[in-house]
Design a protein around this ligand. Structure first.
Ligand code: IMP
Length: 174
């Protein structure tokens, strides 16, 4: 990608806002009279999680985790924790909030880790899924958009640390 590359809008700001509200309403409905903890997967999910949580109407906490697996545009497949949750999650309703499930390697590492923690429940909320790229079957309980195999940026998603600030999801044009 060069500075001269053009960024095409792939999912508009308005479409994202509408879908994030719908996802929050599903969560509000499914967890009536319960408490939840959103586990935000840094760095890519911070904007999605911040928008999502502001539509949540039930008692909610947020925790952050950070995993490393990506270099440039390719997953290395070697996942490790840079930051783990600090509080005990035993007996809690956990919703992992992810920006994008691509090969599924990163999220499955986290899901396996979470399953060892005696949770009350565990669900996955992802803004995006590249279904054609999945290497591990990964059910997404709350999915924003099922997208084709394109490298996307914006709304928290980066290319080598850049473009997270874009209010829409974009792809590079020629
Ligand atoms: P996976 O392990 O291949 O599923 O990769 C998941 C992680 O890779 C996401 O949390 C993102 O950080 C990153 N990623 C995957 N695809 C894209 C993309 O198209 N744009 C930006 N980041 C991506």
């Amino acid at each position: 990608m060069t500075a001269a590359s053009k960024i095409d809008v792939f999912i508009s700001k308005e479409s994202i806002e509408k879908r994030v509200l719908e996802l929050a309403e599903m969560i509000n409905h499914d967890y009536q009279n319960q408490e939840i903890i959103l586990v935000c997967v840094l760095n890519g999910s911070f904007i999605f999680c911040a928008d999502l949580i502001r539509h949540i109407k039930i008692p909610v906490q947020v925790e952050m985790v950070s995993l490393s697996s990506y270099e440039g545009t390719e997953s290395t497949g070697q996942v490790s924790f840079r930051l783990d949750v600090k509080q005990s999650l035993v007996g809690k309703n956990i919703i992992i909030v992810e920006d994008i499930v691509d090969t599924g390697l990163t999220i499955n590492f986290l899901l396996q880790h979470m399953k060892l923690k005696n949770l009350k429940s565990l669900k996955l909320c992802s803004l995006l899924l590249k279904r054609a790229r999945l290497k591990i079957p990964t059910p997404v309980d709350y999915l924003g958009f099922d997208i084709e195999d394109k490298f996307v940026i914006g709304y928290g998603l980066d290319y080598d640390g850049r473009f997270r600030e874009l209010p829409y999801i974009g792809v590079y044009g020629a």
